[in-house]
Design a protein around this ligand. Structure first.
Ligand code: URA
Length: 281
């Protein structure tokens, strides 16, 4: 029992080998029942201490805390109305500020609603806001958004004329030190947020939806589909909406090898040119 207890209370962050040896000289160690356990935790101490630091509870970075202090009081709970009374996207966005349909609102700074004209011909759907989107309240303004903007531009699609939104409207993350690491929304969160996506489509009535990645496809089609296999295809929903399948632009960001990155960028550009043609059809 003592050995088990000793193993579990060993704190690698407080390891001081010299002090241990001073307290109890090494020649007595052979009499200690726990002595044979000591070398392993000492050898692992550095790695274990780093893992503990990575798991440490965190506080937001000072600039995050400032933005949150400003935004959080605005998050009045939205009543779960079947008829929210909104007849424009901007009215709907106001109602969505108080969304509590799933628990993600608690840690996020604000709801990041869709952006673009009410009469857009195409709606692009991403996964969920990232760190920068959470702080600014706007979709696709961070690193993935910059890649997306540049490729849309190359394809001759004006971002100001299209509607851009996400399957999930709150940032889901895990705190790691001062950083907030993106965490994939689960099927329940996607389903809860589908309410807003359906309302956006009902108001805009686009003739095309573009699913940027698997989470968007899941939300738009109600089932998981193999995106890399089906990219470039159009699936027609029962309500007649055409859904174009492609990858999420962050996929391009994650490729390190320059030639592969460029090839993937070209493939995405080809998809966006296809979208431009479908928008007009
Ligand atoms: N990724 C998304 O899916 N949406 C954003 O708004 C930003 C990054």
């Amino acid at each position: 029992m003592w050995r088990t207890y000793f193993e579990n209370i060993f704190n690698p962050a407080r390891l001081k080998v010299k002090a241990m040896q001073k307290e109890m000289s090494k020649k007595y160690w052979r009499n200690l029942p726990e002595a044979s356990l000591i070398p392993d935790p000492i050898a692992e101490a550095d790695k274990a201490a780093k893992a503990m630091i990575a798991r440490m509870p965190t506080t937001p970075a000072p600039q995050h805390a400032k933005v949150q202090a400003k935004q959080w009081p605005k998050r009045q709970p939205a009543e779960e109305l079947e008829d929210d009374g909104a007849s424009t996207i901007s009215e709907l966005g106001e109602v969505a500020k108080g969304c509590r349909r799933c628990p993600l609102w608690r840690d996020a700074t604000q709801t990041v609603f869709g952006e673009g004209p009410d009469n857009a011909k195409v709606v692009f759907v991403g996964e969920q806001p990232g760190d920068q989107e959470d702080l600014t309240g706007k979709p696709f303004v961070g690193p993935a958004g910059k890649v997306f903007d540049a490729i849309l531009d190359d394809a001759g699609v004006d971002r100001l004329k299209v509607y851009v939104t996400n399957a999930v409207k709150h940032f889901k993350f895990e705190p790691r030190g001062k950083r907030r690491i993106h965490s994939k929304p689960n099927a329940g969160e996607v389903q809860a947020c589908r309410w807003w996506l359906d309302r956006e489509f009902a108001l805009i009535k686009p003739n095309l939806a573009v699913a940027l990645g698997a989470t968007a496809a899941l939300s738009l089609l109600g089932k998981a589909i193999p995106v890399t296999k089906m990219r470039g295809q159009v699936i027609e929903r029962e309500d007649g909406l055409r859904v174009f399948i492609t990858i999420h632009p962050s996929f391009i960001l994650r490729i390190h090898e320059p030639a592969d990155k460029e090839a993937e960028r070209e493939r995405f550009l080809k998809d966006m040119k296809q979208v431009k043609k479908l928008m007009a059809a």
